[in-house]
Design a protein around this ligand. Structure first.
Ligand SMILES: NC(=O)c1ccc[n+]([C@@H]2O[C@H](COP(=O)([O-])OP(=O)(O)OC[C@H]3O[C@@H](n4cnc5c(N)ncnc54)[C@H](OP(=O)(O)O)[C@@H]3O)[C@@H](O)[C@H]2O)c1
Length: 289
């Protein structure tokens, strides 16, 4: 069992770190808002540290799950950042959804100190984190990945190395492009069916057994019909992910016409006060008219 650290005990990080403790690892946690770290220690044992650097000292693997690029930079190379506390040969695994650029940048900064950096964004949402069934998409070097993989697997159903630094983040972008277009299509379909006077719950039961089936249809279709949007991944986070993706597309020349349009629609949802609604709230734009 390894000595590990976990930085960022939000909706995702809190349960993920919990799985490390439940599987016998000696866990030191850090959270910017100290109360959450104290609550985690009260629930799982272990230790809370005052800074990322203090949490990372003596850890074989340091995990993080914070918000965006600047937050990740703060907990790694910022004042009292984790890298300053890590020994050569140790591994940093970042579960934040961030840009591929920062993953490459931190991989290089870590390498200068002999630290291995793995970008490892996740999909599966809050439920995946709480049930320990996340899908983890990794970029980095093979040897440290193989060392970290069985530890990450405590909160994941799939842990895969997809290529060099940044590849995990690029894979997560592909994931979000798939979801953005699909949720808009599902929104249009449900709104159309409701306007046509169909019993849309029955319709989804029927077409969900055929080629139109999707995770979004199975898990969000009926709550979209019920106009309920309190089911995990928030619009604010989606906009961050789509911004990162569209920036990457500008660099690699990929055309993302539907994603660009849906990103604008999510902007409208934010203006309607829906920043914290889940991503299936795209249908709200259609139903208000
Ligand atoms: N929620 C989901 O369903 C989901 C699914 C897949 C991926 N993700 C991704 O996972 C990441 C975390 O999401 P979440 O839902 O767990 O978010 P969250 O609940 O808002 O938690 C964010 C965490 O990051 C910390 N943090 C933010 N800025 C920081 C900074 N500058 N310095 C230090 N700590 C900082 C926060 O500390 P405080 O407690 O002090 O605010 C908190 O612990 C995001 O990149 C998100 O896109 C989320």
């Amino acid at each position: 069992m390894a000595k590990v650290a976990f930085l960022g005990l939000g909706v995702m990080g809190f349960p993920m770190a919990g799985y490390l403790a439940k599987n016998g690892h000696e866990v030191t946690v850090y959270n910017r808002t100290r109360a959450k770290a104290d609550a985690w220690v009260a629930k799982h044992g272990g230790r809370a540290a005052a800074t990322p650097k203090a949490a990372a000292e003596g850890a074989a693997i340091v995990f993080s799950c914070v918000g965006d690029d600047p937050d990740l930079r703060a907990v790694t190379v910022g004042a009292d950042g984790a890298f300053a506390g890590m020994a050569a040969g140790t591994i940093y695994v970042d579960h934040t959804t961030a840009s591929a650029n920062i993953a490459r940048e931190l991989h290089a900064a870590a390498a200068k100190k002999g630290i291995h950096f793995i970008d490892a964004p996740v999909s599966g949402g809050q439920a995946g984190a709480e049930n320990g069934t996340l899908t983890v998409m990794c970029g980095g070097d093979a040897a440290p990945f193989e060392t970290a993989k069985p530890v990450i697997a405590h909160f994941a159903k799939a842990v895969t190395l997809l290529g060099p630094p940044g590849s995990g983040q690029l894979t997560k972008m592909v994931n979000q492009v798939c979801i953005a277009g699909l949720v808009q299509g599902l929104s249009e379909a449900i709104n159309f069916g409701l306007k046509a006077g169909l019993d849309m719950k029955q319709v989804l039961d029927v077409i969900g057994k055929g080629a139109a089936q999707s995770w979004q249809m199975d898990n969000r279709g009926k709550t979209m019909i019920d106009d309920k949007f309190d089911f995990g991944f928030a619009v604010d986070w989606m906009r961050k992910d789509l911004r990162i993706t569209l920036e990457e597309a500008q660099k690699n020349g990929a055309k993302l016409p539907v994603t660009e349009i849906v990103n604008g629609y999510y902007g409208e949802i934010q203006q309607m006060g829906g920043g914290r609604w889940d991503t299936s709230s795209l249908i709200r734009r259609l139903r208000k008219s």
